[in-house]
Design a protein around this ligand. Structure first.
Ligand SMILES: CC(C)(COP(=O)(O)OP(=O)(O)OC[C@H]1O[C@@H](n2cnc3c(N)ncnc32)[C@H](O)[C@@H]1OP(=O)(O)O)[C@@H](O)C(=O)NCCC(=O)NCCS
Length: 432
């Protein structure tokens, strides 16, 4: 179908330049309206039945998103004078050093720089997270490596899920190598990964400082709201004031009792990301992971509809990180949250120590005073913040800007999608 408002990468380059000059976001809405006008012509011309029309429009939307990703990647190459990046590319920096960008060979290769980055930047992660991030994606972590040392100095992950939805994650350059144009090349290589895969929707959570940079790359902030960081003391320091029990006909169970395929389906329904490599026995078996679900007590847990709410918790440098939290309603969100909070004890924290982590070494009484619970709440759900505030959580004052390539969120995270009332907390900024 000829759906494109602009027909080649030169035109996109022109539009992108215009976007750069006027900070306009017009390129993407132009294509979107064009697509809708073509879609509305379809029934008259082909006299389709409603079901096949839906399929037709669905594939048109998919095609449009593939085109967006590909053209954005090509246009970036033209506009910024970048060479097309393959699996291995070399480029000179302003400082004369030669660098290579390539996918990581193993989790261990990334770990040597990733964990110090997490600790120095205060990104508050678990040392177990890296394998989870890399393992849940079809793609790999891309590294930028000076040829003279062979030691990685930066990384980015083109996270590509089973259903070709994508997330830009872990975009970091070592401080001594910033400002040389390496981050720009790395980002380009990430976009190339998406283009090669034909990834349909690409999102990221931007720190405030980088929002304008991502806008120049074609990303548009979601109008539905920020991802807001909240924190709270451990219940051993400040007990829960509100008690939350499942309502009649519902029961609270350990997340390990929920079949992985139900978690995959529920996660997909809320985010639009199909992550069968994330919701696995391996993830549940991580020593730092626990979680709860509220289920229909009359029904076997075989259908997503029987899963009323669920959350998982992991360790992080400052204590415990909650997320995601999905729920049918506020009450069942509160039940799983309260249950998980009660399990976040100083003793449990010591049982799953992180690498090079002072908190893990501290006595339990210190942990009780120093440790914090952390969560990223999605304010696109108007009731989400209240659930956390009711249980004593407070805003930290750090927010992420959820952005989508071409201003195209997954339908699940768009206006009217399930996330709007069912997603209370995201998994984390790293993988959406
Ligand atoms: C973001 C980061 C990876 C960029 O790497 P870099 O090698 O310094 O970037 P470059 O020199 O290639 O510059 C890339 C672009 O970012 C912009 N940029 C870089 N640092 C910036 C800053 N602190 N504030 C605003 N813009 C910045 C540059 O102007 C440039 O824009 P352009 O290519 O459109 O002209 C690096 O600054 C970093 O590691 N920051 C800390 C981690 C972080 O915040 N990551 C992003 C999370 S969303």
């Amino acid at each position: 179908m000829g759906l494109t408002g602009v027909s080649n990468s030169r035109s996109v380059e022109y539009l992108l330049r215009t976007t750069l000059m006027h900070t306009s976001r017009s390129i993407w809405p132009v294509q979107r309206s064009k697509m809708h006008s073509v879609a509305t012509l379809v029934p008259d011309r082909y006299q389709m039945r409603a079901s096949s029309l839906r399929l037709h429009v669905k594939s048109a939307v998919a095609e449009q998103h593939r085109w967006n990703t590909l053209q954005a990647s090509e246009a970036l190459q033209h506009t910024f004078g970048l060479s097309a990046s393959g699996q291995h590319i070399t480029m000179p920096s302003d400082a004369g050093e030669q660098y290579m960008i390539r996918p990581c060979a193993s989790v261990q290769e990334v770990e040597t720089i990733w964990w110090p980055f997490m600790q120095n930047l205060g990104w508050n992660r678990s040392s177990y997270d890296l394998a989870t991030y890399i393992g849940c994606s079809k793609s790999k972590m891309l590294l930028v490596i000076p040829k003279s040392t062979g030691r990685p100095e930066g990384h980015i992950q083109a996270t590509i899920y089973d259903n070709s939805t994508g997330w830009v994650a872990m975009f970091i350059m070592d401080a001594a190598h910033r400002g040389l144009g390496l981050g720009r090349q790395l980002f380009q290589a990430c976009m190339d990964e998406f283009a090669r895969d034909g990834t349909r929707y690409v999102g990221l959570d931007a720190v405030a400082e980088q929002k304008r940079t991502y806008e120049r790359r074609g990303f548009v902030e979601s109008s539905l709201g920020l991802v807001k960081c909240f924190s709270r003391e451990l219940p051993s320091m400040r007990p829960l004031e509100t008690h939350a029990e499942p309502s009649n006909g519902l029961k609270l169970v350990d997340i390990k009792e929920i079949p992985n395929n139900l978690l995959v389906q529920s996660d997909l329904a809320h985010t639009g990301f199909e992550r069968s490599q994330l919701w696995t026995d391996d993830y549940k078996a991580r020593p730092d992971v626990f979680g709860y679900a509220v289920v229909d007590s009359e029904q076997p847990q075989t259908k997503p509809a029987h899963l009323v709410s669920w959350t998982t918790v992991r360790r992080c440098s400052q204590g415990y990180r909650f997320g995601p939290l999905y729920a049918r309603d506020v009450d069942s969100a509160r039940v799983v949250l309260a249950a998980a909070m009660k399990k976040a004890t100083p003793g449990r924290l010591k049982e799953s120590p992180l690498r090079n982590d002072p908190l893990s070494e501290a006595p339990e009484s210190d942990i009780s005073e120093r440790a914090q619970l952390a969560v990223e709440v999605w304010s696109g759900n108007p009731t989400a913040e209240r659930v956390f505030e009711d249980l004593g959580w407070k805003k930290v004052g750090v927010n992420y800007h959820r952005m989508w390539l071409g201003g195209q969120p997954t339908p699940e995270q768009d206006e009217g999608g399930l996330a709007h009332h069912g997603m209370f907390a995201v998994f984390d900024a790293a993988i959406g």
